[in-house]
Design a protein around this ligand. Structure first.
Ligand code: GLN
Length: 488
């Protein structure tokens, strides 16, 4: 069975088609691992064996009837930010501790329709605000490579789950780096698509102009297969893009001869730990061996990305989270006086400290008298950041650099200092501000044998090219096949 827990999605698909294993057996195999290993990891925060097995049996029936597709019968798990019909959907918050979603998010709908089997819901930073999973109401997720360290965030539950082989794949969301940074810290592959490629319908909103869902898995090839199902126009999301469907796997097997890799000066300065730099440099040498060339590019405004993000994201969050008022759904304080008291007590008790900090900042930067000084200024910076990338892509096909400035850090080291925590996303945030696609893939190990992630940033709609670059690298290296010891 160990071959099945390490298998690629394509291999699982072949095994299912050849009747070497049934969808029900596969689901049971992963559920048993979850029962055994999740108590030490805290990655799954909702499980329902009966529901999972019923979905698996339906997948087996589809396979038997010959109506299955390439993903039918393959299990996966969803970040708890995606509304999942009949499942508790908490977004990592006390506010939604008892919320059972009455409908499926578009992403869940599409993956269900493809016959994938939901193993459960995954822990995350509260409302996706964080880089370490320490802001979850349900307690932090442990990094399977070293349980004294964070898995990254906010999709830390998704990353830990795949690293520990509790599921072959998971969904994630990325507002400022929440797919790529945990993928880097847990040694997997994760992809944030171009803004608008995947529908946000049913994905609990954090910062709507930045939020984007994407796949997390062991390899680029797996991510391509998942993205093929997740992407597509959806009338229920007004920012969803109406484009012809594409096969994101179409270029995977093309060699990298002539690929021009842009290396931003700003990504290779101080600020990156020496172990991360060494692994990234080695990966770039491998790319040159594979026929790619590297060219220096500059992103002069990238130093402003963290400050601009921490104006724009809280501004949007303060507006989005105003719906949690204790009236319609979600947490309501048990004791209160008048209506205003009910609002404020419900919000005071239902939200954690980081969420409150963002609501306060967001409300402040949008308030009369500060709007021009902060919010409008940040929007102008956002435009400059996008223009920097546009210029850089005139001389390269993809951009590469580190995903995270450090390997996974120990619990508690950054949680008391928000700015230190915010800097964890220094290399990922500008991508979201510009709406660009980005991915992270494992490229070696740093101090204490913790995984290092290589970031690839594509031009707008450059997913297929990014995936090609990642897949060709993964054919030549085996970092993505490594599994943490102790997770057998
Ligand atoms: N760490 C960043 C934040 O806290 C990004 C989070 C995300 O991408 N959801 O906002």
């Amino acid at each position: 069975m160990s071959d099945l827990i390490n298998a690629s999605l394509r291999e699982l698909s072949t095994a299912l088609a050849a009747k070497k294993v049934s969808a029900a057996e596969l689901a049971a195999l992963f559920l048993d691992r979850i029962d055994r290993l999740n108590p030490g990891l805290n990655a799954f925060i909702a499980l329902d064996r009966d529901k999972t097995l019923a979905q698996a049996k339906a997948a087996d029936a589809a396979l038997a009837a010959g109506s299955g597709g390439p993903l039918t019968g393959i299990p996966l798990a969803h970040k708890d930010i995606f509304c999942t019909k009949g499942w508790r959907t908490s977004c990592g918050s006390r506010m939604l501790e008892n919320f059972i979603a009455p409908y499926d998010a578009c992403v869940v709908e599409k993956l269900n329709a493809a016959g994938m089997v939901t193993l459960g819901k995954l822990n995350m930073d509260e409302f996706a605000m964080g880089s370490s999973n320490e802001t979850s109401y349900f307690g932090p997720v442990k990094n399977p490579w070293d349980p004294t360290r964070v898995p990254g965030g906010s999709s830390g539950g998704s990353a830990a789950t795949i690293a520990a082989r509790l599921a072959p794949a998971a969904t994630g969301t990325d507002t400022g780096g929440s797919i790529r940074q945990p993928a880097a810290l847990c040694g997997l592959t994760g992809l944030k698509p171009t803004y608008g490629v995947v529908s946000r319908y049913g994905m609990i909103a954090f910062a709507s102009s930045l939020d984007q869902a994407g796949p997390m898995a062991k390899s680029a090839e797996d991510c391509a297969l998942l993205l093929n199902t997740m992407a597509g126009f959806d009338t229920r999301d007004s920012t969803s893009l109406e484009r012809a469907a594409e096969d994101y796997a179409r270029d995977l097997e093309k060699p990298l001869q002539g690929l021009r890799i842009g290396l931003p000066t700003e990504f290779f300065g101080d600020g990156m730990d020496a172990d991360v730099r060494a692994a990234v440099e080695t990966a770039l040498a491998e790319y040159r061996k594979l026929g790619a060339t590297t060219v220096e590019v500059t992103l002069p405004n990238s130093g402003l990305s963290v400050p601009a993000y921490y104006v724009i994201a809280p501004a949007e969050a303060s507006s989005n989270l105003s719906r949690f008022d204790g009236v319609r759904y979600g947490y309501r304080a048990p004791d209160y006086g008048d209506l205003n008291d009910m609002y404020s007590k419900s919000r005071a008790q239902g939200f954690g400290a980081e969420v409150k900090r963002r609501i306060l900042i967001g409300t402040y930067v949008l308030s009369h008298g500060y709007y021009d000084a902060y919010y409008l200024k940040a929007q102008k910076i956002r435009r400059l950041i996008a223009a920097d990338f546009q210029k850089a892509f005139e001389s390269c096909d993809v951009i590469m650099g580190p995903t995270s400035p450090s390997v996974a850090f120990a619990f508690g080291t950054k949680s008391a200092d928000p700015v230190q925590m915010y800097l964890s996303d220094i290399y990922t945030i500008s991508t979201n501000l510009a709406g660009l696609p980005g991915m992270s893939l494992p490229c070696g190990f740093g101090a204490n044998h913790m995984p290092v992630g290589l970031q690839i940033i594509g031009s707008w709609f450059g997913e297929a090219k990014m995936l090609q670059a990642a897949h060709q690298y993964q054919k030549a290296t085996d970092w993505h096949t490594q599994m943490p010891g102790g997770m057998q």
